[in-house]
Design a protein around this ligand. Structure first.
Ligand code: FES
Length: 106
């Protein structure tokens, strides 16, 4: 089963198995990963699912959409590779995906 790793701001990793078809936000919240809240249920309307994609993975995941940018760029921790986890749906070829979490969600 493919795995995604969430790395908390303090460096604590959380390795989570996933099945294709779930959003990254759902993968995290279903596994109680600290720091991913998903308050709006995946509507790109709350910004509480902010993740930062590493440079080596951004070509696979793709960059954030304009809609994501409107929400995520309000965060003081927004980085070039910031995404909303609810707008990312990993496929099996994203096995090993690693995502950093900001210190605070909005
Ligand atoms: S869950 Fe609200 S923006 Fe992603």
């Amino acid at each position: 089963m493919p795995t995604v790793t969430f790395v908390e701001h303090d460096g604590t990793p959380h390795h989570v198995d996933f099945t294709a078809g779930q959003s990254v936000m759902e993968i995290a919240t279903n596994s109680a990963v600290p720091g991913i809240e998903g308050d709006c249920g995946g509507e790109a309307a709350c910004g509480t699912c902010h993740v930062i994609v590493s440079d080596e993975w951004i070509g696979v995941t793709g960059r954030r959409s304009e809609r994501e940018s409107q929400m995520i760029e309000m965060s003081p921790e927004c980085e070039a590779n910031s995404r909303l986890a609810c707008q990312m749906t990993p496929s099996d070829d994203m096995d090993g995906l690693t995502l950093r979490l900001p210190e605070f969600q909005m």
